[in-house]
Design a protein around this ligand. Structure first.
Ligand code: PRP
Ligand code: MG
Length: 180
């Protein structure tokens, strides 16, 4: 285990097993449909890769870099897009993939933006759900694990850009973020 990690929340084996289950579920739910999986970078890089491999069906993959910058009365109005989708979404079934739903603002805003492309449907898949942190009513359609409100890193989750490539999800030792 990395020296900055205090405890492991989800082991590599638990993550792999759950991603396989979610992939099988999506394969069943989207059979025969034209699917575009959109990964929200950077956090979703690992989950979206493993999930689409586990889906084992024809899908298109696309990427977005978008982040929310706080509350707004218009949920589409609080997101900054640094890289937009390139794939045609109209009439297609979109699965928006992220590493975590926290306040819910990012998924709410990005879903709102994607609706403007007139897809046949939009659903969301996240590896982790920190439900205690939600500020809106947003929920993800496919959830890997519900996790407590602790400083989790790994499998895409970062602290100051680090720890994303840990193959497990762990809680950062408080002394690490107290240093800054
Ligand atoms: C993080 C995380 C989710 C989002 C969740 O992304 O990857 O995308 O925040 O937070 P929310 O539910 O409160 O909106 P971030 O914007 O930090 O960028 P990153 O994916 O590059 O780490
Ligand atoms: Mg993110």
């Amino acid at each position: 285990m990395h020296e900055d990690i205090g405890k492991i929340l989800l082991t590599e084996e638990e993550i792999k097993a759950r991603v396989r289950e979610l992939g099988a579920q999506l394969k069943q739910d989207y059979a025969g449909k034209e699917v575009v999986v959109i990964a929200l970078l950077k956090g979703a890089a690992y989950f979206a890769t493993d999930l689409t491999l586990a889906m084992d069906m024809p899908v298109k993959i696309d990427f977005m870099v978008a982040s929310s910058y706080g509350n707004s009365t218009n949920s589409c109005g609080n997101v900054s897009v640094k890289l937009d989708v390139a794939e045609e979404l109209a009439g297609r079934h979109v699965i928006l993939v992220d590493d975590i739903i926290d306040t819910g603002l990012t998924l709410e805003a990005v879903c709102c933006m994607l609706q403007q492309h007139k897809p046949a449907s939009i659903k969301t898949a996240v590896m982790c759900d920190k439900a205690d942190r939600r500020v809106n009513g947003k929920s993800a359609d496919y959830v890997g694990f519900c996790i407590p409100d602790e400083f989790a890193v790994g499998y895409g989750l970062d602290y100051a850009g680090n720890y994303r490539n840990l193959p497990y999800i762990g809680v950062l030792k408080p002394c690490v973020y107290a240093r800054t």
